[in-house]
Design a protein around this ligand. Structure first.
Ligand SMILES: NC(=O)c1ccc[n+]([C@@H]2O[C@H](COP(=O)([O-])OP(=O)(O)OC[C@H]3O[C@@H](n4cnc5c(N)ncnc54)[C@H](OP(=O)(O)O)[C@@H]3O)[C@@H](O)[C@H]2O)c1
Length: 343
């Protein structure tokens, strides 16, 4: 099959390009950008020199549908809900990496993204697809989960689904590398403000809060809110998610660990760490893995769970390809079985 990428010049668009280039069953068809219409993408991205000769086109739905089998949207919030309409109406397959089709309730989108939501009939066609927990057949509009949401949900799913913790005590503390903010430079992402520094941002305002809650409520409808914080750390890639919660009386670390083993035993991209060890951020860099480690403080009854992902891979482009593989009915790991970059 051939895929188009809209937003190819952004961080997740370029990452899609990298994965698709090595994918055995998927090829790049056409690539599109809003402002960059150069002869070839390698003129803007020298690291692609001699590897790709791809003309960058303006957005062109007729060309996309004529020359491709599906389209990925790797564009900022607010773009896909407009530009993807023509494809959705034609039932042409779309995988959207933005937040535009994630929230089922349009009022929540407007509240958290401060934009008008996609039309309800479009939202109704979207499948929010966190692959490890999406068993239904994927339709032709796949909404790829957010990076923080992916890390948070995979880190705590066994606790919440199994009723192993007091959910009102749950705290999710996420730390992200700079590429999570996209390629546009802002004051908070300026090198001088980030290097050798750490800052907490969007306290109680991060747009992934309703997305995480929406999924948690499907697992446990008694959950009414979550406490979730987001910080910037001076690395290029990666999300380091730490979850803390009070465990149900009498549960041992072994029992919690076994719940994680049962939950993820058939999931190729979730690697549970051996008992007593916690994952480090770098061990997933450049891969689609989510590595998880669990530790219980028997004195306080608080469990700490650490989950790490590469935000551009499992948090975005890698997961989008995982969703493509599932949608296309091919091996879930196709094109995604990379060794991590090390060191
Ligand atoms: N970065 C992450 O870790 C991450 C993780 C998960 C999900 N996401 C989501 O994925 C999406 C892309 O993120 P990113 O980090 O790759 O962003 P980015 O680096 O800022 O790139 C955005 C891309 O969208 C294009 N674009 C901007 N406005 C457009 C418009 N009106 N019409 C068409 N194209 C437009 C840009 O094109 P030109 O600049 O070439 O004109 C650029 O190629 C966002 O919705 C983000 O929330 C990002």
């Amino acid at each position: 099959m051939k895929a188009a990428i809209v937003g190819v010049t952004g961080y997740t668009g370029i990452e899609l390009l990298r994965i698709i280039q090595g994918h055995p069953q998927l090829e790049i068809g056409t690539v599109h950008s809003y402002s960059l219409h150069k002869h070839s993408i390698e003129e803007e991205y020298p690291h692609l020199q001699a590897l790709l000769h791809l003309p960058v086109h303006p957005f062109d739905p007729v060309m996309i549908m004529a020359e491709n089998d599906l389209v990925f949207f790797a564009t900022p919030a607010g773009v896909a809900k407009e530009l993807a309409t023509v494809f959705i109406t034609e039932n042409f397959p779309v995988i959207d990496l933005s937040g535009d089709f994630r929230l089922k309730d349009p009022a929540l989108y407007t509240q958290w993204y401060e934009k008008d939501a996609a039309a309800p009939e479009l939202l109704a066609k979207a499948t929010y697809a966190l692959p490890e927990f999406t068993s239904q057949e994927l339709g032709n509009l796949i909404s790829n989960p957010g990076c923080y949401a992916t890390a948070a949900l995979l880190t705590i799913a066994p606790l919440v689904k199994g009723g192993l913790v007091d959910s009102s005590s749950l705290i999710l503390d996420g730390k992200s590398g700079l590429s999570g903010a996209g390629k546009t430079l802002g004051e908070s992402t300026h090198y001088v403000n980030v290097d050798e520094n750490m800052s907490l941002y969007k306290l109680n305002r991060h747009q992934h809060i309703p997305e995480i809650l929406q999924q948690l409520q499907q697992w446990n409808e008694e959950i009414t809110n979550i406490h979730f914080t987001t910080s910037l750390i001076p690395v290029k890639r990666g999300i380091f998610m730490t979850a803390y919660a009070k465990v149900t009386d009498g549960l041992s670390e072994t029992e919690i660990y076994q719940a994680y083993e049962r939950c993820y035993q058939n999931q190729p991209f979730v690697r549970l760490q051996p008992v007593g060890t916690l994952p480090q951020l770098r061990q997933v860099t450049g891969t689609n893995f989510c590595d998880i480690g669990v530790g219980l403080n028997a004195e306080t009854g608080i469990v700490t769970v650490v989950g790490v992902i590469d935000n551009l891979m499992k948090g975005a482009a890698g997961q989008a390809i995982q969703n493509y593989n599932r949608w296309a009915g091919i091996e879930e790991t196709s094109g995604l079985w990379h060794l991590p970059l090390y060191p």
